[in-house]
Write a protein that binds this ligand. Structure first.
Ligand SMILES: [Zn+2]
Length: 71
């Protein structure tokens, strides 16, 4: 893992699941799938200008208490 130079060609977005970094390559297109660097969550690229990502497998959420309701 020494090839970090290509990062300057990427757009960086914040992961909604873990707060980590998602690198979106410049040659990415709309409807491509990108992955979080940290938790490998899948995101669909909905638009590139501005960058909008849609989380793919939302049902698989860990137990971080995000507006969770208990009975
Ligand atoms: Zn993540």
């Amino acid at each position: 893992m020494m090839e970090m130079d290509r990062n300057e060609d990427a757009i960086v977005e914040e992961c909604r699941v873990c707060g980590g970094e998602i690198y979106i390559d410049r040659d990415c297109d709309e409807d491509d799938i990108v992955y979080c660097n940290d938790c490998e969550a899948e995101y669909l690229v909905r638009s590139l200008d501005p960058v909008r990502l849609k989380l793919m497998h939302e049902e698989r959420c860990d137990d971080d208490d995000f507006d969770e309701e208990y009975e």
